[in-house]
Every structure is written in structure tokens, then in C-alpha cells.
Write a protein that binds this ligand. Structure first.
Ligand code: UD1
Ligand code: CA
Length: 470
């Protein structure tokens, strides 16, 4: 048994994007437009196998991107939205008695709530077709919703076919619809066989003509007016794409603000959908949060931090830090200018200072790595102090090895720890040491040349240059 289904139109060329990528893969808040659309479909209870995407331009790239299970059909010639849906006729036939949601692949703000409410309305009204409309300030370019003398919906006229009077109408077609599959198939069939349906300014098969055809057959067609005018917005070029990004950016920021997150200035703050932030956390300017990032309460993030797929604990202070796939526990401070690379797990109340890079390592609680160090493939204990300018020498050029630093160890400034090597608990390394052998617990290791002092060397050698008037 097949239930309701969705057809997403994504054969558009997107020439004006001037991109190597197909338009529907252009990103809004780091999320391809088609993913926004697929998420809206899923929000009304449909899953991947109920979705058919009509591809055309750069079809292979679109298909490769789509989640497992989503069906695709290829529209080889771009003959209009009606023609695009015709390509999915077999898919529609399989869903015979159910409803189909038609969506534009490049309209990311057609949200799950709107399509769900529209379906409820469509079902209750026992309609054959329901157009999701929106009332906008600038209707230019959109199909206008036509109503008869009684105010009942009577059809859609495209911009290029509209009279001056019709162009004044501000209620527009969003390009999203619910149709009874069977009824839509009949309408598409008529569209295909009757030449009059391509006698429009674009010489295309208009999906919007299905409305008029269904009405002519005595079927009920309705409109569902969306709460937000944003549902109609699409992007044909990068200027419009930037406008979509700005709308989505402010929507996310205000959503978090309403949930108790403090974002005093929104300048340069970008928070992708799906990021979670706890109450009383402060997000400062220039901070970008994306992927599966989760931040606790009372933290301060930024200014200028970029976190992707990071988990940050309560009360952490993450200043000018670039983090990817890293975990930071409560009350830890990082930055300014810290880099946390994948596989980094940092304990509570740790200090990771400026110009410190940590990769694929664990760091125990209360440890300090305050300046100019590289920690890679290392297990650092708790209460450790790592002086300035230390490096784990983890790569031979061929192979990588791990370093282990025990609890409460003290690594002197400018120590090189040549892996594989183990520093014992409470052990010390002298500043400037190159440590190649394990250091036992409680020991001091010195791995550097003894200092030589040559008395009166300057007086004897007279190494002055002639310019020096010393
Ligand atoms: C369409 C509607 C218009 C509505 C607007 C909302 C028609 C005739 N008009 O206009 O009433 O206000 O959307 O955005 O439907 N596509 C294909 N194959 C094609 C043609 C289009 O896949 O042959 C896809 C496009 O990639 C796009 C979507 O269908 O995702 C809409 O096509 P577009 O050309 O943007 O339609 P509009 O003329 O803007
Ligand atoms: Ca369009």
C-alpha cells in the first residue's frame, strides 16, 4: 500500500548562479536548498521512498547528493513545470489513491508546518487540488491567484500572461500544491494532448493549468494561504541566495534568543539549523556554529569562534577558536587563537591558550596548555602543565605514534616529545628537552646539551662589525 507522496521539481538549470553545481545544491545556512525541501516533506510524515525528485541539469550531482531511498526521474527537455511532473507519472500511478505534494526544489522556506496544515485543509475540504498561496509585497515574477466574483479560487495566471489589472494581485502561487494523484494524472493527460495548453507566452506545459482543468471537470480546487510570505522565496542568482541566507540567519538567531541564548550583537553570527545551545550562553560576534554542534548553558562562545560538530560543556569560554569534531567539557577555556581538530576531547576546567593546536587527543581535567604548543595523537592526564612552545613529534613522515603524559606531569617550555613516548605521573621535563625515551613517574628528564660559557669571548674575538660604534 502506498500513502501520500511528494514530487520535488529540481530540473532547473540555474544558469544565473554561474556555478558548476546544480542550483538546488546551493546552500542556505550551509544546508543545500533541496535538503530544506526534503526535511519539510519528512515533517509531514513522508519518508524517503515516498519522494520523487525530477532532475535535469547536472542530474548526476543531484542524484549523488540525495538520501538513500529517494526516487528520481530525469527530465531531458525543460518544457515547463507541468512537463516536469509528467515525468513522474509512473510514480504518481503507484500512489493512485493518495495525495501528492508538489514542491519546488529551490524554495527552501516552504516549511513542514505549512505543508502539513495545507494537507489537513486539502483533506478536510475534499479538494482535488490545493495551491499553497502567500500574500507578498512584491508579487512580480510569480503566478497570481485569480478569484471569481464570489471570491472563490478560479485559477492562476503567470506573470508573462497576466493583464495589468491581474499584475496588481498580491496573492501569489508559491509553487507548492497538494493534488489527488488520480485527478492530477487526468489533468496532466489533458495538458499533454490538448495543444491549447501550450499556447502561453512561454510555450511550456504549466503545472498551474492543472487547476483550470480540474475545475473544468467539476472538481473542487482550493487555496491554502500560508502564514509566512517567505515560503515563496527562491534563489535564481547569488544575490537572491544571499538574501535567503540573511532571512534564515536572523530566523535562527531569534529562535535561540527566544530560547534564552544571549546574542547581544548579531554581526557575523551564523548558526546553522540543528545546532543546540543552552540557556544563558552568550554567542559573540563573528561566531559560526554548524553541523551537529551542541553547546551547554552559561558558556561564552566567540568572538570569532567557528565550531563544526563540536560539543561544548556548561560554562566553557571558547574565544576565537576553530573547532571541528571536538568535545570540550564544562568550565574549560580555549583561545584566543586555538585550533581543536577532529578527535579532540578536553576535560573540565582546562586552559587551552593562544596558538595551541590539539588533534586526535584526550586532555584530562585541570590541565594547562597555555601557549604555542602542538598536541597530536596524545593522551594528556589531568593537572598537567605544558609549557610554552611544546610539540608532540607524532609523525615520522611515514607513521604516526602516540604520546602519553601522566597526571600532574610538568612539561618544560620547548620540550619535544618524540612519539611513541610516555611521561610518568608527576614527572618533569627540562625546558628545551627532546624526549625520546620514557620518563618514569616522579623523575626529571633532561634531553638537551649542557650549557657552555666562554669567558671574555667577545673581548678576544672582537666580533664587532665596523658599523658598530661600541
Ligand atoms: C512557477 C509557477 C508560478 C509560481 C512560481 C513560484 C508555473 C507555470 N508557474 O513559476 O505560478 O508563482 O513557480 O516559484 O508552474 N522546473 C523543472 N522543469 C521544468 C521547469 C521547471 O524541473 O521544465 C523546476 C525548476 O527547477 C524549479 C521549479 O520547477 O524548481 C519552478 O520552475 P520555475 O521556472 O522557477 O517556475 P516559475 O516560472 O518561477
Ligand atoms: Ca522560480
Amino acid at each position: 500500500m502506498y500513502g501520500n507522496c511528494a514530487v520535488i521539481l529540481a530540473a532547473g538549470e540555474g544558469t544565473r548562479m554561474k556555478s558548476k553545481k546544480p542550483k538546488v545544491l546551493a546552500q542556505v545556512l550551509y544546508k543545500p536548498m533541496i535538503d530544506w525541501v526534503i526535511d519539510s516533506v519528512k515533517a509531514c510524515g513522508l519518508d524517503e521512498k515516498d519522494i520523487c525528485v525530477v532532475t535535469g541539469h547536472e542530474s548526476a550531482q543531484v542524484c549523488a547528493h540525495l538520501p538513500q531511498g529517494v526516487q528520481t526521474v530525469l527530465q531531458t527537455e525543460r518544457l515547463g513545470t507541468g512537463h516536469a511532473v509528467m515525468q513522474a507519472a509512473d510514480f504518481l500511478r503507484r500512489h493512485g489513491n493518495a495525495n501528492v505534494l508538489i514542491l519546488n526544489g529551490d524554495a527552501p522556506f516552504m516549511d513542514g508546518e505549512t505543508v502539513s496544515c495545507a494537507l489537513e485543509y486539502h483533506t478536510r475540504a475534499q479538494s482535488s487540488g490545493t495551491v499553497i498561496s502567500a500574500t507578498v509585497d512584491a508579487p512580480t515574477g510569480y503566478g497570481r491567484i485569480l478569484r471569481d466574483a464570489k471570491g472563490d479560487f478560479s485559477g492562476i495566471v503567470e506573470e508573462r500572461d497576466a493583464t495589468d489589472a491581474q499584475k496588481q494581485i498580491r496573492e501569489v502561487n508559491s509553487g507548492a500544491y497538494w493534488f489527488d494523484c488520480q485527478a492530477l494524472l487526468v489533468a496532466l493527460d489533458q495538458m499533454q494532448t490538448n495543444a491549447r495548453y501550450r499556447a502561453n507566452a512561454a510555450k511550456e506545459f504549466y503545472l498551474t493549468d492543472a487547476i483550470e482543468i480540474l475545475r473544468g471537470m467539476g472538481q473542487r480546487v482550493t487555496t491554502f494561504n500560508s502564514k509566512s510570505a517567505h515560503v515563496v522565496l527562491g534563489a535564481n542568482d547569488r544575490v537572491q541566495l544571499a538574501a535567503l541566507n540573511e532571512i534564515a540567519r536572523m530566523e535562527q538567531i531569534n529562535l535561540h534568543r527566544k530560547n534564552g541564548v544571549s546574542i547581544p550583537f548579531d554581526a557575523g553570527v551564523v548558526i546553522a539549523p540543528g545546532v543546540k545551545i543552552g540557556r544563558d550562553t552568550e554567542i559573540l560576534q563573528g561566531t559560526i556554529l554548524r553541523g551537529a554542534t551542541v553547546i551547554g548553558e552559561d558558556a561564552v562562545i566567540g568572538p570569532g569562534s567557528v565550531l563544526e560538530n563540536c560539543r561544548i560543556g556548561d560554562g566553557a569560554v571558547i574565544t576565537q577558536t576553530y573547532g571541528t569534531d571536538a568535545v570540550v567539557a564544562a568550565d574549560t577555556q580555549t583561545g584566543p587563537f586555538a585550533r581543536l581538530r577532529p578527535g579532540t576531547t578536553i576535560g573540565e576546567n582546562v586552559r587551552v591558550g593562544n596558538f595551541v593546536e590539539i588533534k586526535n587527543s584526550t586532555v584530562g581535567s585541570e590541565t594547562k596548555i597555555s601557549h604555542l604548543s602542538y598536541i597530536g595523537d596524545t593522551d594528556v592526564g589531568s593537572g598537567v602543565n605544558i609549557g610554552s612552545g611544546c610539540a608532540t613529534v607524532n609523525f615520522t613522515g611515514k607513521e604516526k605514534f602516540r604520546t602519553v603524559i601522566g597526571d600532574n606531569a610538568f612539561i618544560g617550555c620547548d620540550t619535544s616529545l618524540v612519539a611513541p613516548v610516555r611521561i610518568g605521573n608527576r614527572a618533569y621535563t627540562g625546558a628545551g628537552s627532546t624526549i625520546t625515551e620514557d620518563v618514569p613517574d616522579d623523575a626529571l628528564a633532561l634531553g638537551r646539551a649542557r650549557q657552555v660559557v666562554k669567558k671574555d669571548w667577545v673581548k678576544v674575538k672582537k666580533p664587532y662589525r665596523s658599523k658598530d660604534n661600541r
